[in-house]
Design a protein around this ligand. Sequence first.
Ligand code: TRH
Length: 391
Amino acid sequence: MLRSCDIFCNVVDNYGDIGVCWRLARQLANEQGLAVRLWVDDVASFAKLCSAADADGEVQQCRGVTVLHWRADADCVLHPMADLVIAAFACRLPDGYLQAMAALPVAPVWVNLDYLSAESWVEGCHGLPSPHPSLPLTKYFFFPGFTGKTGGLLLEHDLLHRRDEFMQDEALQSRFWQALGMTVPASNVLKVSLFAYENAALSGLFEAWSGGERDVLCLVPEGRIVPQVGTYFGTEPISGGQYVQGRLTVRVLPFVEQEAYDALLWACDLNFVRGEDSCVRAQWAGKPFVWQIYPQHDAVHWDKLKAFLDLYGQGMGVRAGLAMRNFWQAWNAEDGAGAAWPEFAAALGELEAYAPCWSEGLAKNNLALNLLDFCLEMGRMRAFKIEGQSS
Ligand code: TRH
């Protein structure tokens, strides 16, 4: 039986690492009934995602999860030790913790939760064991992904139901806009959310929108792209501020909790997302989206982007697929997004019809459930081996 879990998260950059860990921790605790400890080395980043959290807290209870500050010198051995240990994104577990795992009569199942990629090699690596060089421990690689041969994607049990309810309920939608201090936008306004890294293509895109044929309302969560919004409008943007140029209205929004960010994605017609977790959430939103991939110094992110485009584009018409590819390419290359916009805008109708079918197809492959099945299987195999050895 799996009763408890330790998740270790080393925040490299931004909010994706802790965003994924926090989401998984809540699911394992609140949906699967595990006692979950989330060890994070940057509690301040975690507190951005959880408004009730104390950014300086050493140990705190947050929404059913025990969140602990993972200090560099901590050995993190707390008894009873967890049945399942998740090292997120190849983070290194403390030596003392590994030794304590190895000293147990039955070691916990140890999983490395990897980054998300649509590349085909993921299917071959998902679930592979990696024996520890000196201790009697085996780590297993668990890869999220988009196909049945991968670990799937994080999906809360009621997410799609809540999304559909929101889409069908005008009162809920109007409350959403009111909470932003706005009235419900007219139906002909293109509502766009823009969560992005710095991007030199922004001003060209804003030009295309401000001089375009349709009113655009662009909602920008506080973050790395905001200074460029300021450069375009010649001002220093503030949260809640609204800026207008031609047919374009931009509004800067505060950074909100993950559930409220989902509602933003549901409320918009088109979502610009970045990194990993927001990209997955945009897919669950069932709306057209534009993905700015996390740039890597050796440029391997272009292969990842292409792999996803190939997979996602498989089920759509040639013209829409090409328009999407060209626009995503321009946005990620930070060049030519304004020029690529008209074709992309013309494809939005088809992309809108396609997106819910895609999310429905993905929903069968739930990461948290797959992870627990995988761990139970590994646990059974190991118990079998131990029994075999002792008889
Ligand atoms: O913040 P990111 O750029 O994180 C990235 C990626 O994960 C990347 O793969 C990783 O290697 C790098 O960090 C170090 O983008 P991402 O993954 O979308 O994470 C953002 C999180 O923030 C996500 O969980 C959604 C959440 N979010 C909110 O909770 N509220 C908000 O208002 C917004 C805009 C986002």
